[in-house]
Write a protein that binds this ligand. Sequence first.
Ligand code: 6PG
Length: 257
Amino acid sequence: MARPPEIRIFHDMQSWAAAAAELVHAVGQEAVRANGRFFIALSGGTTPEILYRALTSPTFADRFNWSQTVFFFSDERGVPPEDPQSNYALANKALFGPLKITPSQVYRMAGESCDPQAAAHEYEQQLRLATKASPSARPSLDLILLGLGEDGHTASLFPGSPALRDNRSLIAVTQSPKGPPTRLTMTLGVINRASVILFLIAGTGKAGVVRAILDPKTEAEQQLPAALVEPEGGRLIWLLDQAAASELPTHQRQMNT
Ligand code: 6PG
């Protein structure tokens, strides 16, 4: 039985970003203490940049030793790594560069590949190798960061996508209704194996879909991709700002700070 999601709501983006950074550090420290390394998957979209800015800020930059961290991506757009729409490009500019992360610590999805299926298969091999997961096992990452689209998509798992029912692949190719069409994405099989899943969500534009997933009224809302994120044994944390939480029922809208 999946644990209920932990809903954390913050007045402003500064306290939201600080809480996100502290969570990443706490999960990282525990992973390194327990296993000598920290497996984290970064989310796409624009919201993670706020977290990256916090993690590289004077307040946090020296608080965590990143040398044991291995970075993956929960999804990538079908564009080259230097393209401004590339999730890797954002992480490289706003996180890896400032923290002096070495290339060997980063597993990038080859969004630019002209054979996305082969790129998905290749990334699946890399993920298994890096996490020492046996051919039949699904790797369990320490932390997976996710965003949320207004249509209820997360990573690059869109409503109606066949990849939502794919319980064999770790990495799938999907089509996005918006932005770069071709996507590579982790499937629910990998996402739900994580020890900690952290949704990073902010802004009024997300209030409706946040309510639809955390307080569903219909079967369709229960079937939205982000609603299917249910860790098999891990923690599920929703980090929201006040605007994104504004349509939640009162009992779910307890402010943190
Ligand atoms: C992507 C993402 C996607 C994103 C949401 C939210 O590559 O587009 O992984 O799932 O997280 O669309 O995006 P914003 O943070 O920009 O609102």
